[in-house]
Design a protein around this ligand. Sequence first.
Ligand SMILES: Cc1cc2nc3c(=O)[nH]c(=O)nc-3n(C[C@H](O)[C@H](O)[C@H](O)COP(=O)(O)OP(=O)(O)OC[C@H]3O[C@@H](n4cnc5c(N)ncnc54)[C@H](O)[C@@H]3O)c2cc1C
Length: 562
Amino acid sequence: MTDPAAGRPQVLRPSILTVDDDPGVSRAVARDLRRRYGETYRIVRAESGDQALDALREMKLRGDTVAVLLADYRMPQMSGLEFLESAMDLYPAARRLLLTAYADTGAAIDAINVVDLDYYLLKPWDPPEEKLYPVIDAQIEAWRTTDRRPVPETKVIGHRWSARSAEVREFLARNQVPYRWYSSESPEGRRLLDAAGADWQNLPLVVTPDGTVLTAPTDGELAGRVGLATTPSSDFYDLVVIGGGPAGLGAAVYGASEGLRTVLVERLATGGQAGQSSRIENYLGFPDGVSGAQLTERARRQATKFGAEIITTRDVVALEVNGSARTVRFADGASIDAHTVILATGVAYNRLGAEGVDEFAGRGVFYGSALTEAPNCAEQDVYVVGGANSAGQAAVYLARSARSVTMLVRGKSLAESMSYYLIQQIAAIDNITVRTQTVVGAAHGVKHLERLTLSDQAAGAQEIVDAGWLFVFIGAAPHTDWLDGVVLRDGNGFVLAGPDLSVDGAPPPGWLLDRAPYHLETSVPGVFVAGDARAESAKRVASAVGEGAMAVMLVHRYLEGL
Ligand SMILES: Cc1cc2nc3c(=O)[nH]c(=O)nc-3n(C[C@H](O)[C@H](O)[C@H](O)COP(=O)(O)OP(=O)(O)OC[C@H]3O[C@@H](n4cnc5c(N)ncnc54)[C@H](O)[C@@H]3O)c2cc1C
């Protein structure tokens, strides 16, 4: 089989595929097609039905379009009709043409109904200007008016109620990797599964723009295939930033722009909590608000523009002090060294402890993934647990597509925990209901969440409601367990820094330097903390970014003293 486009960068040219078991005829058809259509179409030639189907499967996975299929009627292993019938499963919109000898005309006419044939061409087709091109022109025209153009993109085929399918989509979305979602039960989802030779047991299936198929990939495998760096390029840096939320991205931008060899290590996706916010309205310079995804994408670009390395899907599990070097160890045992470290590990959502809820995580119960799941909630009744700004933003966002949004708030009123502007917004949206003093008692369902038991604490009453969607935003705890015994933390696990470390004006235990810790410096010299992970931090995007910048200024001060 020849493919004139092989080796060239991927282009969005649709294909015309021709299959004939006689190599001479096959070459002649391809030659004539190429002469007239080669500029705008890829001419793909095969010499058997199997070979042609293999080519189509590959093309399907790559996201190529196929305008016309031209098959010889008489082929030994697989007839042209059998081929067109199978090809229909992969490319239903492609125009189907049969190439027949005069003697086979009757069979071709019969086939019009069997494979929904669009045309049959008689051999020989000389001169092509009269007998071939007018037919193909008309078929291409018909195809152009009916076909939907796919664009090269990552495709995710999964089940709506599969937790891992939800995680994969969340991972791609939060890393700003454009993808298209196909339910495994949709016709196109089934076509893609067939093309990859996979079935529901292999879900979720990810097909990258170059056609590579990944079966139930881990985040690390996925990252590597969709263009996210996962391995540091060096083993020594001036600065390692741990965590890619606003504080970490801020530190990376300032560190790299001020000439420090900087690497940022993120376990999941840059953006952190802010990346999950549908609209940040109080960040300076964005009077109309900005989505967390936009802010993250810009910050990421800014950091890399200045030369910061960004490594994703690497979990930092240990910090060691080796003389003047600070060693940062990953979950797989690998490590990198640096003069300085900024801890920007933020906080993670608290889990809802109610009976049965954990069982449905990713299958109706979601922590912070309101943005990715919102399109699936169209015209559905959804529940949001929490009374702080994050829950309020999620409710406002979900209310755009959902039929109804019910906020379940433990407190007596939203005013106890939510910004005034958001309370006003919620009050003005008709399809949001706020139920105060109400908590989730239990979650029920078979394969996915179907019902919730709600406890009205004021009335002391319980009620079971139908519910397929529950979004939980009930506060967060710091990601700092792995620092136990290395840096000092407060009783809730938040990292102590600067003046908070001193007891009655004395430096922290083990502090050997003849200066006090700098403002954001932890109990380990050269290791700083910024953002939500710091004890007594403001828990705001602006303050996290500001602390990231300030920590870099203190890094310079520390390096000058080395
Ligand atoms: C839905 C939502 C809406 C919000 N809206 C607003 C708003 O409108 N205005 C506002 O000012 N604030 C808002 N906030 C709060 C704000 O997002 C946070 O204060 C801010 O994101 C904190 O930034 P951070 O960088 O300190 O931590 P985080 O954003 O929590 O980021 C920490 C990052 O570190 C990574 N990480 C953790 N441990 C490790 C490890 N061991 N190895 C590698 N990586 C690790 C995490 O995966 C995470 O990406 C909102 C928060 C949420 C959840």
